[in-house]
Design a protein around this ligand. Structure first.
Ligand code: PLP
Length: 419
């Protein structure tokens, strides 16, 4: 096929496509695959029961049914739900937003595609602007979002070593310079893949640098407050017109409804609505209607705090305990897990690349992700990026345990071969 420029760029095997295919193949196979690779949220029975009850209530009510399935919503997303979200944010956190500050997108991934391309790329005056990722490792899904090549640039963090084989990436303020070639700054908090939560102080430094440069700070809050609260530190969500706050309904346990939320100043929301209408006329209302009562009543906070967060805390603690047992004698570090579904493992000086470690594990039917995928836009040499892997701990405990044992064996084998 003779593809257009757009076709060439988007029809190729991007990193994200390969990962999704890899995960899909594994799920489709009838082998007993130890699935520590994906970002699928866990299936928590109590949470599924809440959503099932909501679906039954909606299906029994003609007006709600029509709102969910039978009417086109506005291009910014279903209005009643956007109002319920605005009320929740104002009531709980003292934000000052209305439905006009909120747009829905078909998953937050689509929201990042729209935002990145609205704010970066070729400018009307012929110059070119990029999205700055100030702390890598960072979410792989940002990698190929640009309509043109080279839309991301990234900074290397500093590494703080902590007790108990842990470490934490820190914003390297000495490198933080936002020049005229930057259109926006973006950070996931909690971070996929590391579980890092930038401190309030780091967030203030980023915001003030972004403000100084006259560009927005995009905060990807897919795992954070107020939902789903897969977050193990205290964070008070803030919003102001210099911030673009992005949220997702996926990690509540609903990745199939493809519902993302953007909170931003009105002109940005209006622009997102325009892009939505070109791409798809409107975004689906299924998530908006399904979740409306939970948001309007504030129950979504309760289920996040009382069911989802404790579920992941217990999973994370178990996985960490297995790691400390199995990795005895190995030189390893774990990024301090402060949120999200992942543990980020670092093997300093690993004699094989993390990609080779990934391949060896895959041969044993253990799926993790090689860390080298998670440095979008970083174009400096750094051995560290070939020394890390990401593993998900949201799956079945016995699988997680088996996977961790296999990782330990393969790392030991790599060191034995090198000696
Ligand atoms: C940090 C982060 N942002 C955004 C997304 C996209 O989520 P969705 O498009 O399902 O809302 C993900 C998915 O894994 C993620 O980990």
């Amino acid at each position: 096929m003779s593809w257009s420029e757009f076709g060439k760029r988007f029809a190729r095997r991007t990193g994200a496509r390969e990962l999704m295919d890899d995960l899909g193949d594994a799920l489709a196979s009838d082998r007993d695959i130890c699935m520590l690779g994906g970002g699928n949220p866990a299936h928590i029975p109590e949470i599924e029961a809440v959503f099932q009850a909501e679906i039954e209530r909606i299906l029994a009510n003609e007006g709600e049914y029509r709102r969910m399935f039978a009417n086109y919503p506005s291009p910014q997303g279903e209005e009643r739900f956007r109002t319920s979200l605005a009320n929740l944010f104002n009531r709980e956190y003292g934000w000052d937003v209305t439905a006009k500050n909120i747009a829905l997108t078909s998953g937050s991934q689509a929201g990042f595609f729209i935002l990145f391309n609205l704010l970066a790329g070729r400018q009307p005056d012929g110059s070119f602007r990029k999205i700055l990722l100030p702390v890598t490792p960072e979410y792989i899904g940002y990698q190929d979002l640009g309509l043109t090549e080279g839309m991301l640039t990234a900074l290397k963090p500093t590494i703080e070593e902590l007790e108990d084989h842990q470490f934490k990436y820190r914003l390297d303020v000495s490198n933080l310079e936002i020049g005229p070639d930057i259109g926006a700054v973006c950070i996931s908090r909690p971070t996929n893949p590391t579980g890092n939560v930038l401190t309030d102080n780091e967030m203030e430094q980023l915001l003030s640098a972004a403000r100084g440069a006259g560009v927005p700070l995009i905060v990807d809050n897919a795992y954070g407050m107020p939902f789903p609260q897969i977050l193990f530190t205290d964070v008070k969500p803030v919003w102001n017109p210099d911030l673009i706050m992005c949220m997702s309904m996926s990690k509540l346990g609903l990745p199939g409804i493809r519902t993302g939320v953007i909170v931003a100043e009105e002109s940005i929301i209006d622009a997102v609505g325009s892009v939505n209408s070109v791409l798809s006329l409107a975004v689906p209302s299924v998530g908006a209607v399904l979740l409306n009562d939970l948001v309007a009543s504030g129950r979504i906070l309760e289920i996040s705090e009382k069911i989802i967060r404790p579920f992941y805390v217990a999973k994370k603690d178990k996985a960490l305990a297995h790691i400390h047992d199995e990795f005895e004698g190995i030189d390893y570090r774990v990024h301090k897990p402060e949120g999200a579904l992942f543990l980020w493992l670092w093997f300093p000086g690993l004699p094989i690349s993390s990609e080779e470690l990934y391949r060896r594990l895959r041969q044993r039917d253990v799926l993790v992700l090689s860390g080298h995928n998670f440095f979008p836009g970083l174009d400096v040499e750094w051995q560290h990026r070939d020394e890390c892997i990401r593993m998900t701990y949201s799956q079945d405990d016995s699988q997680v345990q088996r996977g961790i044992a296999a990782i330990a064996e393969e790392v030991r084998r790599a060191w034995q071969e090198a000696r």
